[in-house]
Design a protein around this ligand. Structure first.
Ligand code: NDP
Length: 261
């Protein structure tokens, strides 16, 4: 039997076991997916091996440790410098990032996106910024403070803090901050956001499970809106297929995981 797990701290809230076990059941695979509360991120690969796992997902705050400690990093995770999926391949633990393609998959119905404004400069912005750039979309990053912008400046992204920003026109505006997660705050000044929305077509908030003030404002400005549920879904769909060398039907995985929400 193949064993899989999610590593995080905290991890009790994670719906990954439900998502992955639903796919295991739908495909009648001999496997089981559990959860593991990991306190020391640097122990992640040692734990992965001692639990005899074939694959794992990694959530906050251990994605950077997974990147540093895995035997080899493949794909876009090399740029993002964070790993959310670990796969045992030929006795090595390989690190991938499916948050990035998962985000892109979640906005696949959005047409003709030329440029995007991302609000926030945290870990998730790294994944979104790199995948959009890889897909030929111009990316601008706007953050409340300047400290976290260094990573993006050093990698050639256009970025601003609130103090030095003059908006242009953006097809897509993304809230990748935690504003609105546990409160009712907007990620940027209301008047300025409204001005930005006036020339935009699409808005995405990567927060899921509630309608945030950001999405409410975007809807009232007649933008096509999307929350973070599909990003969560597709990072899991893509990770699960990686566990099996991308040999499974994405459609069946997707349909089985959608039943969980
Ligand atoms: P980080 O903690 O790495 O970064 C948080 C960012 O939000 C920083 O740029 C911070 O700015 C900014 N910020 C926080 N509060 C405010 C505020 N009140 N106003 C403006 N900016 C603010 O977070 P992550 O990148 O890990 O996660 C961001 C969000 O994405 C979370 O809400 C998380 O739940 C969600 N998420 C969703 C996923 C999905 O699958 N849908 C996957 C992963 C995360 P500053 O630098 O100035 O402090």
């Amino acid at each position: 039997m193949k064993l899989f797990s999610i590593f995080g701290n905290p991890v009790s809230h994670s719906i990954s076991p439900l998502l992955h076990n639903s796919a295991i059941k739908a495909l009648t695979l001999n496997a089981c997916y559990g959860r593991f509360l990991l306190e020391e991120g640097e122990e992640i690969i040692r734990k992965f091996n001692s639990l005899n796992l074939s694959g794992a997902n990694v959530t906050i705050p251990h994605k950077e440790w997974a990147y540093k400690k895995c035997d080899e990093v493949k794909g876009i995770a090399k740029n993002i410098e964070a790993v959310n999926t670990l796969v045992k391949e030929d006795n090595k633990v390989i690190g991938y990032n499916t948050d990035a393609p998962g985000f892109y998959e979640s906005i696949k119905e959005f047409k003709e996106i030329k440029n995007a404004l991302i609000l926030g400069a945290g870990g998730t912005t790294k994944a979104i910024a790199y995948i959009l750039r890889e897909k030929g979309i111009n990316v601008t990053i706007l953050n409340r403070s300047s400290k976290r912008l260094e990573f993006f400046q050093n990698r050639g992204f256009e970025c601003y803090s609130w103090n030095d920003f003059s908006p242009e026109n953006y097809s897509l505006v993304i809230n990748a901050t935690s504003a609105g997660l546990n409160n009712n705050s907007l990620p940027y000044e209301e008047k300025r956001l409204k001005d930005i929305f006036n020339t935009s077509k699409y808005a995405v908030d990567i927060i899921y499970g509630k309608e945030t003030p950001f999405l409410k404002l975007a809807k009232s400005n007649n933008l096509t809106c999307k929350n973070g549920k599909d990003m969560l879904l597709y990072q899991a769909v893509l990770a699960f297929n990686l566990f099996y060398g991308n040999r499974l039907s994405q459609k069946i995985i997707e349909e089985s995981m959608k039943k969980v929400f």
